[in-house]
Design a protein around this ligand. Structure first.
Ligand SMILES: [Zn+2]
Length: 197
């Protein structure tokens, strides 16, 4: 039976082939159905599952986005990190994880984001010259980041900036009950991390 390609809608060009999927700096090798005409390959649940366990076993960081932060933000991150007894990069990773896992899925996400962006703290942290920072990311975080970046059509570095500015602003501002509650949950989240680290 001839196989059909859902992308170019051609018959007969779909064959099982070895392919390489680039995941950050690493390459995942697998075999799957590939359309020789347009190059589309099938990411079947089985392929996804194999890729998932391959990715989870990777010890190294596979991408290193370079978000930009103002000096005020850098300083705030240093201070906050030492308050929690961790380093700046781990704190940023916790912020990314908290933002992607606990914030972006909320029903009130849009209004929450707007509320944060209106705060004086946000203003202070975004004004002025920005300095680059390398944030190494490993597989599981990358996967989450990828989903978020695709749906908002933004780069990894941009998403990291967003997560960091959101969490930092929330931590500096306690007058709105909703933000206060998020700040409290964030603190618990970091403390769990710090205990586990
Ligand atoms: Zn095709």
């Amino acid at each position: 039976m001839k196989k059909y390609c859902p992308v170019c809608e051609n018959n007969g060009n779909v064959k099982e082939k070895a392919i390489n999927i680039q995941v950050g700096r690493e390459t995942f090798h697998t075999k799957t159905l590939v359309c020789e005409k347009c190059g589309h390959y099938a990411l079947t649940p089985k392929v996804r599952k194999t890729m998932e366990s391959w990715g989870q076993k990777l010890k190294k960081n596979i991408v290193e986005p370079q978000p930009l932060f103002t000096e005020t933000t850098h300083q705030f991150l240093e201070e906050t990190a030492s308050k929690f007894g961790i380093k700046k990069i781990p704190l940023i990773k916790v912020m990314i994880s908290f933002y992607l896992n606990r914030v972006v899925g909320r029903n009130d996400f849009d209004s929450l984001k707007t509320a944060v962006e209106k705060q004086e703290g946000f203003n202070l942290m975004t004004k002025g010259k920005k300095i680059k920072l390398s944030v190494p990311i490993h597989y599981l975080t990358l996967k989450k980041l990828e989903v978020f970046c695709q749906s908002w059509d933004i780069a990894y570095a941009k998403a990291i900036e967003e997560a960091v500015l959101f969490c930092s602003t929330v931590l500096t501002y306690r007058d709105i009950a909703r933000l206060r509650e998020i700040a409290r949950r964030f603190e618990e989240f970091v403390e769990d991390y710090a205990l586990a680290a």
